[in-house]
Design a protein around this ligand. Structure first.
Ligand SMILES: [Zn+2]
Length: 430
């Protein structure tokens, strides 16, 4: 029998940390030229050139308003606005969850942590809990898409300085995604961050320093979310209403702090483990198999009533190239590949209500009978295919046409995918 209080051992718990590794993230080497506005060529897909140091003048102007990058965030001295908001949130958290306290260390060492086996705080890292008890009044995490046969699409840990090949590929396929950005990365690579919005991707918060959120005090957890959100607002111009915990590590206390900042917690249903290649015994073949597992589940009918939210990363050239490699198979198997907001039918993913996203129906073209004959619009072709296959009343023959159209569109995109992937592979070998 297990005692009600378990002593967590570091080793078995580490196996549950199926998130992403912050230590892998390329960090800026300051000292390059100062640029005052966008001066980076998006067509440049040479990772070395993309990651050349630069200093972005607008970030220099505001950086004193933020915590030190890549350090656990705390309230910035003199930031009365943040302090006042934190005071309100802290009082609520202490009143509603007085027994949900920090545990473990910021780098995920849980040795010596005592935790009730009944999982009172719905701690993801303990047993992957995503549904707080109803009595808490805290909403469940987003783990799946409510739409059938729909892949919830997003990338963690960006912006990566060398993401142009991936972002170009997504643009060529008219494919939007949800980008879970790390605040320190936004400050490090602001021009790359801005591109995500320019390209129409949804942007969510992935904390300031990418560490274990449940290890943090209320103030630190608040600051990790608050200053990342502020960085995204100040650099990119939007205020996200969603976040994803690094390593999945959240609990009711952290969820409540996020919700009081009007941010929904998004985790995932399936993990590609792409970030783990080269760490431990995880191989590229394992990652291929993880993608294949989700694709085969779809082919077997597992997603007749909902869709997966799949975890993959913008963390390095391998993970980005892997997605490019897998994309045609995903596209062929699933009816739709959508950003998280779109899958949830959220038209206003930001606090700025003048920025709207398409609904699921608008994005997928359901009900849209317009067809495209543009030779350059592979993505448009797949969009019209979706329109046909997505129709509830579509006949079997029109579905077949849709598949054919989708294949045709993929044939166009797979050429560039192959060349881009080869480019990335070559870069990795350098
Ligand atoms: Zn991450």
């Amino acid at each position: 029998m297990l005692p009600s209080l378990l002593l967590l051992a570091a080793a078995p718990l580490a196996a549950a940390h199926t998130g992403c590794g912050g230590h892998e993230i390329a960090r800026r080497n300051p000292g390059g030229p100062v640029i005052h506005r966008r001066q980076v060529d998006n067509t440049n897909v040479d990772p070395v050139a993309e990651c050349a140091p630069y200093t972005y003048a607008p970030v220099n102007t505001i950086k004193a308003q933020f915590p030190a990058i890549w350090q656990a965030a705390t309230l910035v001295q003199g930031d009365s606005e943040a302090a006042a908001l934190f005071a309100t949130i802290n009082a609520t958290v202490n009143q509603r969850l007085p027994n949900d306290l920090p545990r473990g260390t910021a780098n995920g060492n849980m040795a010596g942590v005592n935790y009730d086996n009944a999982d009172p705080d719905c701690w993801w890292t303990w047993k992957q809990c995503t549904t707080p008890a109803a009595s808490t009044g805290i909403l469940p995490d987003i783990t799946t898409m409510p739409e059938p046969e729909t892949w919830g699409f997003g990338f963690d840990d960006g912006p990566n300085c060398s993401h142009n090949a991936l972002y170009n590929f997504l643009a060529e396929n008219n494919q939007k995604a949800t980008m879970f950005f790390i605040g320190s990365n936004v400050m490090d690579w602001p021009v790359q961050a801005i591109r995500a919005k320019d390209d129409g991707h949804q942007i969510c918060v992935h904390t300031w320093s990418h560490q274990y959120m449940t290890s943090f005090s209320n103030e630190q957890a608040f600051a990790e979310l608050y200053y990342t959100r502020k960085a995204i607002k100040d650099v990119i111009g939007v205020t996200p209403k969603c976040w994803r915990p690094p390593f999945g590590d959240t609990d009711n206390r952290i969820r409540l702090i996020a919700s009081l900042l009007n941010m929904t917690t998004v985790v995932w249903s399936d993990d590609t483990d792409d970030w783990k290649v080269g760490i431990g015994n995880v191989t590229a073949q394992d990652v291929d198999n993880n993608y294949l597992k989700v694709i085969n589940a779809q082919k077997a009918g597992a997603y007749a009533t909902h869709g997966p939210v799949v975890l993959n990363h913008e963390i390095n050239n391998y993970t980005m190239g892997e997605l490019i490699k897998q994309y045609p198979a995903i596209k062929a198997a699933f009816k739709y590949i959508v950003p998280i907001a779109t899958g949830l039918n959220i038209s206003n993913p930001y606090e700025e209500t003048n920025i709207t996203f398409p609904t699921f129906a608008q994005y997928t073209g359901v009900g849209n009978t317009t067809t495209s004959s543009s030779a350059s619009a592979g993505a448009s072709a797949s969009g019209s295919a979706s329109a046909v296959s997505g129709s509830a009343s579509a006949s079997s023959s029109s579905s077949a046409v849709a598949k054919k159209n989708a294949s045709g569109a993929l044939a166009v995109s797979s050429v560039s995918a192959a060349s881009l992937f080869l480019g990335l592979t070559a870069a990795l070998l350098l």
